[in-house]
Design a protein around this ligand. Structure first.
Ligand SMILES: [Ca+2]
Length: 125
């Protein structure tokens, strides 16, 4: 990723963050996070959104920072993409072989994912 590409990437995420930081607190609350995921087209249960939110709200104070907001969104998008690869009939269900399960593609990002420019940027923030 070039320097201008990096700045464009960060600026785009910053604009998204500011858009969903409705009260302009400088952090994303659970309600703001829920609104963001709905706007991104996700139809997730409140329990799952809460699990995701509490995983990335490292402070535990209901105030997700910019870098963790970006990281959570990128990981959710990547996991969605992996799921879609297996959900060929788009019914929201997949069948995995034992070996596919063991590779843990659904639980963890691969090394290649962690080495992608997006994830490097997120980890450096
Ligand atoms: Ca806020």
């Amino acid at each position: 990723m070039t320097c201008s590409g990096l700045w464009g990437f960060l600026a785009a995420w910053r604009a998204l963050f500011d858009r969903f930081d409705a009260d302009k607190s400088g952090a994303i609350s659970f309600a703001e996070y829920t609104d963001a995921l709905i706007a991104f087209g996700y139809k997730l249960s409140p329990n799952f959104v809460n699990l995701l939110y509490t995983t990335y709200d490292k402070s535990g104070e209901g105030a997700m920072s910019f870098d963790l907001f970006v990281q959570s969104c990128i990981i959710l998008k990547r996991m969605t993409d992996v799921f879609k690869k297996y959900d060929e009939d788009r019914d929201g269900y997949i069948t995995l072989s034992f070996e596919e399960f063991l590779t843990g593609e659904f639980l963890f990002l691969s090394r290649a994912d962690f080495e992608s420019p997006e994830c490097r940027v997120v980890r450096w923030c």
